[in-house]
Design a protein around this ligand. Structure first.
Ligand SMILES: [Fe+2]
Length: 357
């Protein structure tokens, strides 16, 4: 049923919602699309107010069992995460007027797929650093086809960050999802969709993640450090939403989709190879990334941060060497490879994968 709420469009033409539709609040950082219209709040206690601002009275919750003890407003819930049963979830959500996703990238991507199927707006409560809450596109793994599919066009309405929800996050997920966020920053600086606005967010995200991640990896219960890391992931995700993905992500998605391996760990391993490959054409942008990381050796620094989670080589994750040619081909066909500043032939991508195997 069409909404009677007042509507306002972003200057890029996208629909703005709730408070973001007020001119004085347009976009949290004064930026345009890829996140303008998304209202951001900090602290789970802000969730009911945010839902009210968005006019969502009957949210349908998508969250794994892990979050079953949280007191969340919901008229129904789906707790198989990840899942590829989008039609069933859409049917279960009938009668709802919004989707509430609580969890990491898998829960939020699932909600985005259901948003596309139903037209319902998504409010995300991210519990990792992956940044899925900022990108309208999403990945859904089809276990039978052993590949990562997905789509785009989700209606992103709001985000609530709460560092308390990340306090118990295991080390590998902490470092993996933070490295995913760092890869969003690196790639936002040189992909075809880059912009001055995304650059500012990407630099801020890279600097913040670089400072906060070692502390969080050493002291997982340090709330202040977790808060800083989440703030870095917030702007990194926003940069991703504005600019899009590059070759490092295409490699990570091709490998992750095939074997069901974690996206963050794969980005941690693939980003150094993508940086090396792109350096001849994006030296200046990579130098800016290096400056944000306070280093002359961005590849070395990324590897150092990845090692905090034990991420070093694809073989450690069980990727078979004989599959690398095929994976190189699959990665070269992905959107991230096409948005990359340097075109990568299948054999070149296979060689890059071999370099981190
Ligand atoms: Fe990512």
């Amino acid at each position: 049923m069409p909404s009677k709420r007042p509507r306002r469009l972003c200057r890029c033409g996208r629909l703005l919602r709730g408070a973001a539709a007020k001119p004085q609040l347009q976009g949290r950082n004064g930026v345009g699309c890829g996140g303008a219209g998304v209202i951001v709040r900090w602290g789970l206690r802000e969730l009911p107010g945010l839902l009210g601002e968005l006019g969502i009275e009957r949210p349908f919750l998508i969250a794994s069992e892990r979050w079953s003890e949280l007191d969340l407003p919901a008229v129904g819930r789906w707790n198989e995460v990840p899942s590829h049963r989008i039609d069933e979830i859409a049917a279960a959500a009938e009668g709802a007027d919004g989707l509430l996703a609580v969890g990491g990238g898998s829960a939020i991507d699932l909600a985005k797929a259901v948003s596309v199927a139903t037209g319902l707006p998504v409010v995300s409560v991210p519990t990792t650093y992956a940044g899925a809450e900022w990108a309208t596109n999403f990945g859904i793994r089809d276990p039978e086809r052993r590949m990562q599919g997905g789509g785009s066009g989700a209606d992103l309405a709001g985000i609530v960050y709460d560092p308390d929800l990340s306090l118990g996050l295991p080390l590998d997920v902490t470092v993996g999802t933070a490295m995913n966020a760092l890869a969003h920053c690196a790639e936002a600086l040189y992909v075809k969709g880059r912009s001055p606005q995304a650059d500012v967010l990407a630099i801020e995200g890279a600097r913040t993640i670089n400072e906060a991640l070692p502390r969080v990896a050493a002291f997982g219960e340090d709330r202040q450090a977790r808060t800083k890391l989440l703030a870095g992931a917030d702007v990194a995700g926003h940069a991703l939403g504005l600019a899009g993905l590059g070759l490092g992500h295409a490699m990570a998605q091709a490998v992750g989709g095939r074997y069901g391996l974690p996206h963050g760990a794969l980005n941690a391993i693939c980003l150094p190879a993508a940086l090396r490959f792109n350096r001849p054409v994006a030296g200046e942008e990579i130098a800016r990334f290096a400056e944000a990381l306070a280093t002359d050796d961005p590849v070395g620094r990324v590897q150092e941060l990845a090692l905090l989670g034990g991420f070093e080589r694809l073989r450690d994750l069980g990727v078979p060497e004989e599959d690398l040619d095929e994976l190189g081909h699959a990665a070269s066909q992905r959107g991230g490879a096409k948005a990359n500043p340097r075109q990568a032939e299948p054999a070149e991508v296979a060689e890059l994968l071999r370099s981190v195997w």
